[in-house]
Structures are given as C-alpha cells and as structure tokens.
Write a protein that binds this ligand. Structure first.
Ligand SMILES: [Fe+2]
Ligand SMILES: [Fe+2]
Length: 295
C-alpha cells in the first residue's frame, strides 16, 4: 500500500532528532564487578514475585540474584522483539524508494535496534547471566509475526513492546539499587526509543487512515494477541527453575500476585490509551488485554 506523503516532514524531524541524539555503548567497558555484585538486576518492584510469600522468604542476596535472572530474560525478550521488528519492517520496505523520509528513518531505526541488541547482550553478560531459551510457543509466534503481520498490526505489536519496556526502563534507569549495566542501557534505550514510538504511532495512523471498519476490528484483535504473547513471554519457567524454585509454586504465586498485575497494567497504560484513541480497543481485544494483565 502506498502511504500518503503528508507525513514526510514528521519523519524528517525524527531523523534530525536521531542525528542530534544517539548513543553507542560499544566503547564503554564492563561495570565495576564489586559494585555489580551487591545490586539488583532491575527495580525489585518489577519482579513478578515481588510482595509474594516466596519473595518474603528470600534473603536480600537471593532477591538481587533473582532480579538479575529476571532482567536478563526481559532483555532477551527485548532483543527478540528488536530482531523481529527489523525482519518485518525491512521485508516490507525491501523494494521501497530509499530516499523517502520514512524509509530513511527506518534505516536509522534498524541501526539503533542493532546497537540496542548488542548493548543488551553485553548487559546480560555483565550481570553474570546467560541467555534464557525462549518458550516454543514464543518462537512459533515470532515466526507468525515475521511472516504474516500486516501494516498497522506489525507497527502496533512493535509499539506494544517498546511502550512496555519504556515504562519499566524509566524506573530502572533512575534506580540506584540497580546494576550499572542495566541503568546505563535503560537510559540509552529510553532516549532512543522515544523517536521509535513516535514513528510507530504515526505509521499506525497512516495505515489506519485507509482501512475498512472490518479490517480495523480484526487488526485490533491481532494486536492484542501479539501484546499478550509479549507479556506472557516475559515470565519464563527456566528463570525460576534456574533460581532453584519449583515452577508450579512460582507460577501460582505470580498468577495470584496483585502487585505484579498492577505493575503490568501500569507498563501498558500509555499503549492501551493510544489504542483507545485509535479505536483499536474493541471488546474481544479488551478481554485479551485483561487476560494478559495489561488492562
Ligand atoms: Fe530498541
Ligand atoms: Fe525500537
């Protein structure tokens, strides 16, 4: 579908902002190990187990270790999203006119995302963690997304991931209890993602301008399923088993943790507000967001 050109000045402004404000953490060495040893992997309130009886029984050191495992997995999901985003968006623009403002911005966004993935991979290592294998269902969902996601659905699922990480990482970047590798990478990510989110919102609006009500209805449900998979994918059995916890007990505690639900709802708030404004929050979509604790 040919997009209207009236958004070109908007995409040009985003590109100018990218030229003014971009980071590259490749030159920065590992954080001080002694300092990293006694810090949290992320703001503890973001741990899905925070405020549960399991959390209450953990020592301070165990809580720090658990949040390192959890954040290493969260960052693994972030990388998974960034790579999926590039595949889907580059594929859609393979034969596009590369001098169009939006295509130039997309090239810049992919450059950002590659450096983010590298930065997150380094942060996982600096925390002394390993990549946690993703669930098979998530891998299958990734294939579906990469292969079939269309226009507004592709951009909105990308936006869901970006918005959720934005809210969490604003907390992590500002929290002195959190390991430096995570604080630093979160700060860079929050700054650079703000233009990606503006780009995605504009692209969604451009796509929606030309779609029928039926397609909008179906797209809203597809977006909700995508966001559901991201939210559920953040909780990984291997993280908790790796921390020496029986999975069923950890899962039960997380599923019944009102604090965790409240934090996820908070993380999704800017995203669901945007969806409501674009009439992408119909009844089945709402039901899915409630199931994912995102509404
Ligand atoms: Fe990113
Ligand atoms: Fe992004």
């Amino acid at each position: 579908m040919t997009m209207p050109d009236h958004s070109a000045p908007f995409f040009d402004a985003l590109l100018t902002s990218a030229q003014r404000l971009s980071f590259d953490l490749r030159e920065i060495g590992a954080a001080d190990d002694a300092l990293e040893g006694c810090s949290y992997g992320m703001t503890p309130e973001w741990s899905p187990l925070f405020e549960t009886s399991i959390w209450a029984d953990l020592s301070e050191q165990d809580r720090q270790e658990l949040t390192k495992r959890e954040v290493a997995h969260f960052l693994g999901v972030a990388i998974w999203l960034e790579v999926a985003l590039q595949i889907v968006l580059l594929r859609r623009n393979h034969s596009a006119d590369p001098t169009r403002s939006e295509v130039k911005f997309l090239f810049n966004e992919c450059a950002d995302e590659n450096l983010h993935s590298l930065m997150f991979a380094q942060a996982i290592e600096q925390l002394g963690q390993r990549h946690c294998r993703l669930d098979r269902s998530m891998k299958a969902a990734g294939w579906l997304f990469r292969t079939f996601a269309w226009g507004e659905v592709a951009y909105a699922i990308v936006l869901a991931g970006e918005e959720i990480f934005d809210v969490m990482q604003r907390d992590w970047a500002a929290d002195e209890r959190v390991a430096l590798a995570v604080r630093r990478s979160s700060y860079v990510h929050v700054v650079e993602e703000s233009r990606h989110m503006s780009f995605a919102r504009q692209k969604i609006r451009d796509h929606l301008a030309a779609v029928s009500r039926v397609r909008r209805y179906i797209s809203a449900i597809a977006i909700a399923i995508g966001a559901h998979i991201i939210a559920k994918g953040l909780i990984n059995q291997r993280v908790y088993e790796g921390a020496g916890m029986p999975w069923q007990a950890a899962k039960h505690a997380i599923d019944h943790n009102e604090h965790h639900r409240m934090m996820f709802r908070r993380a999704a708030e800017p995203f669901t507000e945007f969806l409501a404004g674009e009439q992408l929050l119909n009844t089945p979509a709402r039901a899915i967001y409630r199931m994912s604790n995102l509404l």
